[in-house]
Design a binder for this molecule. Structure first.
Ligand code: APR
Ligand code: PHB
Length: 396
């Protein structure tokens, strides 16, 4: 048997996505030591193209944490979105309605900034760890065993934060029967592309069309991010680049002759859509956060923001516990987070249901409900304010 090297820290964090990295930084600011364990290599996590919309509260928090410098320089602040259907665009003036805004800044840029900050802080962050298993989470000194640099290691902790995303191992470390799972799969998927071309719009466009939903987003003045609703069984190989642009143009047609800029497509991928919640978000000394405990369909642009909110709550609760021994915040962690988790679940489901082409055979009643809802949010200030309030995000 190989010898197992054993170390100790206060908080063992599994996963270096936005949840794990924000948590590590917040704990560092509170003087709490942690070790972050990541299965992938640094290049991979810094280049994985993911979400791109930051709520006002997420931006404010990143700034307070001292990692907002590049975000302030390169992030693009938006004050509205467009809902487009029947050849017409309808602007939802989010800032006028809520006083708040969103910022376009890629998730991988947030991850890059946080990794840099972590290393500058001298914090431990191990990439390419393997065989991660959790032990003793129902006791006072849980531990994480893993393999790194061809060595078996053990990390003993006061608590473990499971921030390892939907396909991680932490959720499954909870004994059977403890967690309740809520899940919904949608008969839709998104075909996303990243293209080297100036965005054809200043603000995001969410389009409802007979052929299916389409979304125009962006990453920078030179990079456009666009999505098409496709069947979950579809493959990127079924589409030529011209075919993708033609379909985007067709779905996003506007009566005033609006046209889409085309350019080289540098990234393509199809993502299934699901809603998922496991509750409670805690068992013993294991606290689950982010995609490890909840997934939302991307239509509301909420996944990243929700992950950040979880760990903000968790960091506050841990700081109180380490400082004073008061575990009230930790006891309430799950309940505190779940209010927002379900609010965001509802909003993401609602946006998804309103904007996607229904599966065949299309129920004409359901189709009329979609239209009635779209017309309502585009004509009533009260209804638009509800959408805007959810879209810019609730205060932390
Ligand atoms: N051991 C260590 N790390 C792991 C393991 C494991 N067994 N399994 C997964 N990971 C890593 C993944 O490689 C990933 O880097 O955990 C990280 C989880 O990060 P995310 O999936 O980005 O999840 P999270 O931090 O909760 O952020 C949620 O990500 O998927 C998007 O839309 C979602 O924007 C939201 C955000
Ligand atoms: C994105 O830019 O990737 C994006 C924007 C809005 C969404 C989902 C994704 O609702």
């Amino acid at each position: 048997m190989r010898e197992m090297a054993s170390d100790r820290t206060q908080v063992g964090i599994v996963g270096a996505g936005p949840a794990g990295l924000v948590l590590a930084k917040l704990l560092h600011l509170e003087g709490i030591e942690s070790v972050v364990l990541e299965a992938r290599d640094r290049e991979y996590v810094q280049h994985r193209v993911r979400a791109g919309v930051l709520e006002q509260g997420t931006v404010d928090l990143l700034r307070e944490m001292g990692v907002g410098e590049r975000l302030d320089r390169e992030g693009i602040e938006h004050h509205g979105i467009e809902l487009r259907f029947d050849g017409r665009g309808h602007r939802i003036p989010m800032t006028d309605l809520t006083g708040r805004s969103i910022t376009i800044y890629g998730q991988q840029e947030v991850v890059k900034d946080l990794i840099e900050a972590r290393l500058a802080d001298g914090g431990e962050l191990l990439f390419e760890v393997g065989d991660v298993t959790l032990h003793g989470i129902d006791g006072d000194e849980p531990s994480i065993r893993f393999e790194h640099d061809a060595r078996d290691r053990e990390l003993r902790c006061d608590v473990i934060a499971g921030c390892d995303g939907f396909h991680g191992v932490c959720r499954d470390a909870v004994p059977p029967g403890v967690l309740t799972y809520h899940e919904r799969e949608y008969p839709y998927a998104w075909f996303g592309i990243l293209a080297e071309v100036a965005p054809s719009t200043e603000e995001l466009i969410y389009t409802y069309h007979d052929n299916g939903f389409a979304l125009h987003s962006l990453r920078s003045p030179e990079l456009s991010r666009l999505y098409l609703q496709v069947d979950p069984g579809d493959s990127v190989d079924n589409w030529t680049d011209d075919g993708i642009w033609d379909e985007l143009q067709l779905r996003m047609t506007r009566d005033d002759g609006w046209t889409l800029n085309r350019g080289p497509i540098i990234e393509k991928g199809i993502t299934p859509m699901r809603s998922f919640v496991a509750e409670p978000m805690q068992y013993g000394r294991l606290f689950l956060a982010g995609d490890a405990v909840h997934i939302v369909p991307p239509t509301g642009a909420k996944g990243l923001n929700l992950a950040v909110h979880d760990v903000h709550v968790l960091a506050g609760a841990l700081a109180k516990w380490f400082r004073t021994g008061d575990d009230g915040g930790l006891q309430g962690y799950s309940a505190t987070c779940l209010w927002r988790v379900w609010r965001v679940q509802h909003f993401s489901w609602w946006m998804t249901s309103m904007l996607h082409r229904l599966p065949e055979p299309r129920d004409p009643f359901d189709a009329q409900l979609q239209r009635a809802q779209l017309e309502y949010v585009c004509s009533s200030e009260a209804a638009a304010a509800g959408l805007a309030e959810n879209y810019v995000g609730f205060r932390h």
